[in-house]
Every structure is written in C-alpha cells, then in structure tokens.
Design a protein around this ligand. Structure first.
Ligand code: F6P
Length: 549
C-alpha cells in the first residue's frame, strides 16, 4: 500500500495547531511547571532502560492532543504498517524500506515481491559471524600466514558513517583489532590512514552499496596499489573483502566472489549499518555484540510498531520536532550526548535526518508550502557547553535540544561520571529556568556589585530560559541500548517524513552533485573548461593555471 498523500497544512489539526500556537508562542514553561507539580510525571515515557522526559517543552496537554490528531489525519498508523510490511514506500525508487527486517528474528516473515526475505538476511548474518569469528580468533590469516591486526573500512556516507559511529560508540567492547575508516577522496586522508599499517596483517573492507561511488572506488584502488607494492595479485583475495549489491562491479574490481557480502536494494545506505555494511563493527566488537546491537534496534522497532502513539518515543519526539519546526519556525535541533563514545552520533544522524527529510516536493509532486527537514548538529557534553552552548542559552534562535545521558559509566570512574551527569542535569534546568533578576541581584549583593555597574550588567546577566529540551536517560551504553537509540532516531525520521508528506528514502539532490563532479573531472583531466556559469569557469581556470605549473 502506498503512503497516504495528504498535505499536512490542509488538515484540520494543522489549522487548530496554528490557532493554538497563537496561545502558546509566549507560554512560559516555568509557569507551567509552577502550576502543575506533576508535569514531569505526565510528560515522560519509560521504556526498557530508557527514561524519556519531554516535560521541558513549550507544550500542554492540548498541544500534544492536537499533534496526535495531526498524526491520525495523515494516517501515521497505516504508514507504519506499510513501512514494516515491506510496501514499496520509497516510490521514487520503486523500493521497500526494510532496514527493520535486518534486525528481525529468524522466525519473522517479511515479504518483498512475494518472498520472505528473512531467511536470506539470516544466511548473510551467519556468513558475517563465520568470517568475523575467523578473523578475530586468527584462523583466517593474511598472505604470509600472519593473523590480522588491522582492519580498514573504505566507504562513504552510509557505507562509512554508521560503522564508524558504532565502532567508536562501542569502543569499550572492542577486541584487539584496530579498525580504521577511510571515506574522503582526499588523497592526504587516505595516505594518513595507511600510515604505519603492515600489509601482511591488514584487512580491507570495501563497502559500497552501488560500487559506483567515485570516492570509494578511488580509495579502494589506492589501497590496492599500496597493498600490491608488498604483495601479489593473488594475495588480494586474502586481504580484500567487499559489501555491495553490485556483484559484477566488485568482481571486476578484482575481489573474489566468495569475499563479497551481499546487501539488498530495500536497505537505504544511511540505514544500512545493520546489514553486512556493519562488518567492520562485527570485526571490532565481535559478532555477539553486533547481534546485541541488532536486538536492541529490534526492540525499539517493536515499541514503535505497537505502542500507543502517546506512549511511543519516536512518535512523541517526532511530533514535538514538528511543533517547533513548523509552528515556532525553529530551523535546527541540537543533539548532545553526555558520553565521549557518542562523538560521532550527530554527524551520523546528519546523514540520516538531512538526506532523508531535506526535500521540498510533496508526495503529490508539488512544491510543499511548509518547512520540511531539520538541521541537526551537536557534540558531546561537556565539551559543547564550553563551545556553543552560549548561543542556545542566550542567542536569538530557538534550538530544541536532545540531551542523552547514561546512569552508569563504563569504566567505573564514578567521580568523573557524577561531574559529567551533574552538568547534564544542570544544563536542561538552566535552559528551562534561565536566570531571574532576583538571582542576579543576589550575585551582585554577594560580590558587592552596586550602583551604575550593577545597572549596566543586569540586562546581560538576566535571561529568560524557556528553551525546550528532551532528556533521554538510559541505564548504560550497551550494544542493545545503542541499537535502540539509533532505531529511535530512524523512526523519528520516518514519522516526520510521513507528516511532511515527502519521500524520505531517496536523495536525488546528492546525485546531481555526483554527476557534475564527474564531468568537471573530465575537464580538469583534459585541461579544457567547458561552458559553466562565469563564477565556476573563472574558478576552474584559476585552479588549472596553478595546478598545471
Ligand atoms: O551520498 C549519497 C549516497 O548515495 C548515500 O546515500 C550513500 O550512503 C552514499 O552515497 C554511498 O553510496 P554507496 O554505498 O553506494 O557507495
């Protein structure tokens, strides 16, 4: 079944939300907390080891009801069924969107074109297990008989960001293998990454769904050339494996058929870490941890699929984001994990969120008349507090922020963890309450600041707070919890795409840049600049004049 085609701005709920916004735009969260001592009790969801507190938002019960009405009017429930059921909801590419099938149990039955894909998914998972176990325990060796010590993942976008993010996030669970990631076609990046590697003990994992991506093929070719300086063509089979849907291009590149892990066109690149694209993850942390990651994601899938929408974490967070984006006019959201392990979460989700929902044509084929997409950014706390938090606290922009923290540290450094978490709680409280004139005055009194100096400083020191935040407090950064967290944001993307009436699973804009880059490369190689706008022509000529000297 295709997704319903409803312009959200034409729904009754949207009109009501607009009218309601007029009442809420200057509402004070502090007042709402003061009026209702049970606010946090009402506005939170407990699920497994997640506590999601969304009480620090500029919403009341009516806001939430209207947002839920909007979800009903666009038939979010039907859309969720189509998503999990394998309908070709990626209509512009004629494909199902089934990353959820990658983490479904062996007993599941998910049909694509009349065929249950689950047995195939589990057969590939079994291959991943065999292969990664053999590399980790040293049974599978390099061409001189030595066990592997290093793994280099070569891919870009979804074929890099997910594995790189998870490998770093689960570094606590990592074995002896040193796993590196090469993505940028920048030769300096490639050469820096190859530095210090021993070709006898290095395994290259080339990841490209299409196996046509310029960056990945260039980097893989350079890696192969580097390897061949120390080994022979027949040794390539022992050191190069690939993950792709394009078996023909992979074999043409010179990788043996038995060294190819397949994936499927119903898995979008930016949602593919759960497939064989996660091979580097399984190598880094072992297959069992990789499987736990998938199990965690599956339990979030089940929550999303079955929980009532007012108790459904991805639905609630998705709707709140719509409220700020489409009614308050917020343009970006921040994501602040209070663990260094999640340093790459925001860059990873930038692809998921912005490549998916950065669309301006509705499912009806017409330009949308409302905002879509969210600019997402963030860095771990507390580093980010000392960098850009000033703008969130006192700038003119409204930046709804998700705070993600863990009750337990992994290395048991309780003293550090208590300091880290005190910052975590303090920030959302400060964003809520700001600083009142009385508090500022008390500070002045304590420091003896009086008279003109106090009058001058007062307006800069007083700020009203009322900045919305969600708090996600999770017991511990386990593979399961990480899987659930990532799946949560995947489903939030889906919820928003359904409401915005856009196709979230293509990326035609990115394709144009790729085509142009290829044709400009031809011009750089030939030295003949063709017709461009005057700016591009002048820039290319300036580049070529110096490049060829
Ligand atoms: O950047 C566009 C994109 O198509 C992404 O969606 C994808 O993750 C990335 O390129 C890499 O593609 P591939 O895995 O086919 O090399």
């Amino acid at each position: 079944m295709a997704l319903q085609n409803t312009n959200p701005s034409g729904t009754v709920a949207w009109q009501e939300l607009r009218a309601h916004f007029a009442d809420m735009q200057y509402a004070s969260m502090q007042d709402m907390f003061a009026e209702d001592g049970n606010r946090s009790e009402k506005f939170h969801i407990k699920w497994n080891d997640f506590l999601v507190d969304y009480s620090k938002n500029i919403v009341n019960q009516k806001t939430l009801h209207l947002l839920q009405d909007l979800a009903k009017e666009v038939d979010l429930s039907g859309a969720i069924q189509s998503y999990f059921g394998g309908d070709a909801i990626n209509r512009t590419e004629g494909r199902a969107v089934l990353h959820t099938a990658l983490r479904a149990p062996a007993s599941a039955n998910v049909q694509v074109d009349g065929q249950n894909v689950i047995p195939e998914v589990h057969a590939v998972k079994n291959n991943i297990k065999q292969f990664t176990d053999a590399v980790i325990n040293g049974d599978r060796k390099g061409h001189t008989g030595k066990a592997f010590t290093h793994v280099v993942n070569i891919g870009i976008g979804g074929s890099d960001l997910g594995p790189a993010m998870v490998t770093e996030a689960l570094a606590y669970y990592q074995n002896h293998l040193d796993v590196r990631f090469i993505s940028n076609v920048d030769g300096d990046h490639v050469m820096e990454s190859l530095k210090g590697l021993n070709p006898e003990t290095t395994l290259f994992v080339i990841v490209s769904k299409t196996f046509t991506t310029q960056e990945t093929l260039s980097n893989a070719t350079t890696a192969k050339e580097w390897f061949l300086q120390h080994a022979t063509q027949t040794d390539v089979a022992k050191h190069f494996v690939a993950v792709s849907t394009n078996l023909k291009n992979v074999t043409e590149f010179g990788i043996d058929k038995e060294n190819i892990f397949p994936m499927w066109d119903w898995v979008g690149g930016r949602f593919s870490l759960w497939s064989a694209v996660g091979l580097s993850i399984a190598l880094a942390v072992g297959y069992d941890n990789f499987d736990k990651l998938l199990q965690g994601a599956h339990s979030m899938d089940e929550h999303f699929r079955t929980a009532p929408h007012d108790q459904n974490i991805p639905v609630v967070l998705g709707l709140l984001s719509i409220w700020y984006n489409n009614f308050f006019g917020a343009e970006s959201e921040a994501l602040i994990p209070y663990t260094q392990y999640l340093q790459k979460l925001a860059p990873y989700l930038q692809q998921g969120i912005m490549e998916s929902n950065g669309k301006s044509v509705g499912r009806d084929g017409y330009p949308v008349n409302y905002q879509t997409g969210t600019i997402i950014w963030g860095e771990p706390g507390t580093n980010s507090q000392h960098a850009f938090f000033q703008l969130i606290h006192q700038g003119t922009k409204l930046i709804p922020t998700d705070f993600i923290g863990f009750v337990k540290p992994l290395h048991g450094k309780q003293d550090h963890h208590d300091k880290l978490m005190s910052n975590f709680f303090a920030q959302t409280e400060a964003l809520l309450n700001g600083k009142t004139e009385e508090q500022v005055q008390a500070e002045f009194d304590a420091k003896g600041v009086t008279g003109e100096q106090a009058d001058f400083l007062r307006p800069f020191k007083v700020f009203r707070g009322n900045k919305p935040t969600n708090t996600l407090l999770i017991d511990k950064l386990t593979p399961e919890a990480l899987g659930a967290l990532v799946a949560l944001y995947e489903h939030k993307i889906f919820v928003q795409g359904v409401i915005w009436n856009i196709f979230s699973y293509d990326q035609w804009g990115v394709e144009l840049g790729k085509q142009l880059a290829n044709s400009i490369l031809g011009e750089i190689n030939s030295g003949e600049v063709k017709a461009h706008d005057s700016s591009t022509t002048a820039l290319l000529k300036a580049f070529l004049a110096k490049r060829n000297k």
